[in-house]
Design a protein around this ligand. Sequence first.
Ligand SMILES: Nc1nc2c(ncn2[C@@H]2O[C@H](COP(=O)(O)OP(=O)(O)OP(=O)(O)O)[C@@H](O)[C@H]2O)c(=O)[nH]1
Ligand SMILES: [Mg+2]
Length: 234
Amino acid sequence: MELGVVGKPNVGKSTFFCATTLAPASIANYPFTTIEANKGITYVRAKCPHEDFKTKCNPRNSRCENGTRFIPVEMIDVAGLVPDAHKGKGRGIKFLDDLRRASALIHVIDASGSTDNNGNIVQIGTHDPIEDIKFLEVEIAYWLRDILGRGFEKVAKRCETEGGKIENVLVERFTGLGISEKEMALAVKNAGLDSRPSRWTEEDLLRLADSIRRISKPMLIAANKADIAPPENL
Ligand SMILES: Nc1nc2c(ncn2[C@@H]2O[C@H](COP(=O)(O)OP(=O)(O)OP(=O)(O)O)[C@@H](O)[C@H]2O)c(=O)[nH]1
Ligand SMILES: [Mg+2]
């Protein structure tokens, strides 16, 4: 299983990555310290089922210590994302391709409000971290829209004439994202789109991308820099 560590620059993604994996990564108090993704392994602790089954366990893929199983999880720490990254701002969104296989994302935010949209240092409490949550979801939707590719209308028309299922076409386009046909059908349904895909507008495709994001990349918010955050932000 892979987990992606995402967020705007300078919020503490690499600090969190290093703390959980003990792998080395550069950390500094300015934006875009990380350019190439860092990868490392961490362990999720869970009760080992061997006790319930009253057997002795001999796991090959993880450690079991006193009834606790240490399940390995790969962590990927990527470059910071900024608003309008899909228009080429900052590092753009291409580096997100490192996260294609991630089963879920950890969104690190700066709860202290001491970094602006681009990760530059500002006075504590002057930036609202809620804004960061919103923009990141939008940028990830743009990234997925990009994977869907151009010329969708033509493909959709062909699918309609041949009586095919649009979710099959979509699953093919998103190969590597690990999304099943059933999940894709749900994403299409949740996006509430016209029954004829060839009529989907650019806005519809973005809504679909956001719906795919919700299903294929569930996100957990990690409020970082809590030690210097104003109490009302916590
Ligand atoms: N006060 C405080 N500072 C922190 C905390 N976590 C990280 N920092 C500091 O925040 C700065 C940025 O940390 P990084 O881990 O490099 O942040 P990043 O999100 O990986 O940054 P980029 O790679 O540039 O996107 C460093 O000066 C860290 O020491 C925290 O919990 N509290
Ligand atoms: Mg970093």
